[in-house]
Design a protein around this ligand. Structure first.
Ligand SMILES: NC(=O)C1=CN([C@@H]2O[C@H](COP(=O)(O)OP(=O)(O)OC[C@H]3O[C@@H](n4cnc5c(N)ncnc54)[C@H](O)[C@@H]3O)[C@@H](O)[C@H]2O)C=CC1
Ligand SMILES: O=C([O-])CC(=O)C(=O)O
Length: 337
């Protein structure tokens, strides 16, 4: 039996650990049973910054949780069934949302709006109620509309904090680096590209001129790589031939962004990556969500960086992006209003 003084020491130690914000990061995945949700849960289980993983879906999450929970990393994993959303959200600091239907060939992301808008709204309503200070990472498409839907839903509930809401556009950044490396015979580690705007076709604006490798790409090669970055999602939808859209590369991108946010929340300085947030950059033109480089910190969004110098071609891309993005954002807001 433990002596009283040893028991007291152990209990004060456990209080010490549980009060440490950097050690206790509970992350929930809503849509954990899906094509993105499953590999994303796997990757988050491997992230040492995640101490507890809460997996929710209307189907299949307890099975995914049982499976992933056998992996020999320190975090604990729990799975929740359809009627256990509130339990799944209890005490979470970060909520990642890949719930919703994916595209089939011939569809645009906006064609998903009718189904996914209400899924995302209902999940955001639950987050507002159970975990109102959580950071929310939206993967569900159309991101240009689902992020404003989440914002308006939280706003209606009186808990919207713009520093805590992120549309995950990391897959565009991942693709841009990979495609640029491919045509430059370089390692993607050396070919990062800032991608701004939104997350669909013409609203995706890669700033190749800001990259030393990127500015060397001109003429037809430039047109081709821009098109490939903007329509990389279509490439996967076509290749999967009716079986859905990007899941594995998206899980990688989702885990990468979640890790960046957790590093920022834990106090690491200089964590900067593009993400779709409530932004002042084009607010004067009625576009109040925009993706640009954002510094992530202890409060979430720490600083929204300006887009910086861009080429004449990029200005044209931006001019094409803005009206479409504005429509997508307004559609999301109108859905909640
Ligand atoms: N932001 C981005 O870059 C990307 C976004 N996406 C989007 O991610 C979403 C998910 O894609 P996949 O995983 O391939 O689809 P999927 O159909 O394989 O999985 C979606 C999961 O969401 C679940 N779900 C549906 N309603 C739910 C609810 N109310 N609560 C909790 N879970 C719910 C389903 O049961 C399913 O397990 C799609 O909207 C897709 O367009 C996909 C790739 C990239
Ligand atoms: O293309 C889709 O529908 C899924 C997606 O957002 C992407 O792969 O970028």
């Amino acid at each position: 039996m433990l002596s009283r003084s040893v028991a007291r020491t152990l209990s004060s130690q456990s209080r010490l650990f549980s009060s440490s914000a950097t050690r206790q990061t509970k992350v929930a995945v809503l849509g954990a049973g899906g094509g993105i949700g499953q590999p994303l849960s796997l990757l988050l289980k491997s992230d040492p910054l995640v101490t507890s993983l809460s997996l929710y879906d209307i189907r299949g999450a307890p099975g995914v949780a049982a499976d992933v929970s056998h992996i020999d990393t320190a975090s604990e994993v729990n799975g929740y069934a359809a009627d256990q959303l509130d339990q799944a959200l209890d005490g979470v600091k970060v909520v990642v949302i890949p719930a919703g239907v994916p595209r089939k060939p011939g569809m645009t992301r906006d064609d998903l709006f009718n189904t996914n808008a209400s899924i995302v709204r209902d999940l955001a309503t639950a987050v507002a109620r159970v975990a109102p200070t959580a950071h929310i990472l939206v993967i569900s498409n159309p991101v240009n509309s689902t992020v404003p839907i989440v914002a308006s839903t939280l706003d209606k509930a009186g808990v919207f904090d713009p520093a805590h809401l992120f549309g995950v556009t990391t897959l565009d950044v991942v693709r841009a680096a990979r495609f640029l490396a491919g045509i430059s015979n370089a390692n993607p580690r050396d070919t990062p590209v800032t991608v701004i705007g939104g997350h669909s076709g013409a609203t995706i604006v890669p700033l190749l001129s800001q990259s030393s490798y990127g500015k060397a790409v001109t003429g037809e090669a430039y047109e081709k790589i821009v098109h490939r970055i903007q329509f990389g999602g279509d490439e996967v939808v076509k290749a999967k031939d009716g079986a859905g859209s990007a899941t594995l590369s998206m899980a990688y991108a989702g885990a990468k962004f979640t890790n960046a946010l957790l590093r920022g929340l834990n106090g690491q300085k200089g964590v900067i990556t593009p993400t779709f947030v409530k932004s002042p950059l084009f607010a004067a033109q009625g576009i109040d969500f925009f993706s640009s480089n954002v510094e992530l910190g202890v409060n979430g969004v720490e600083k929204i960086h300006p887009i910086g110098p861009i080429s004449a071609e990029e200005q044209k891309l931006l001019d094409a992006c803005l009206p479409e993005l504005k429509k997508n954002i307004e559609k999301g807001k109108a859905f909640v209003a």
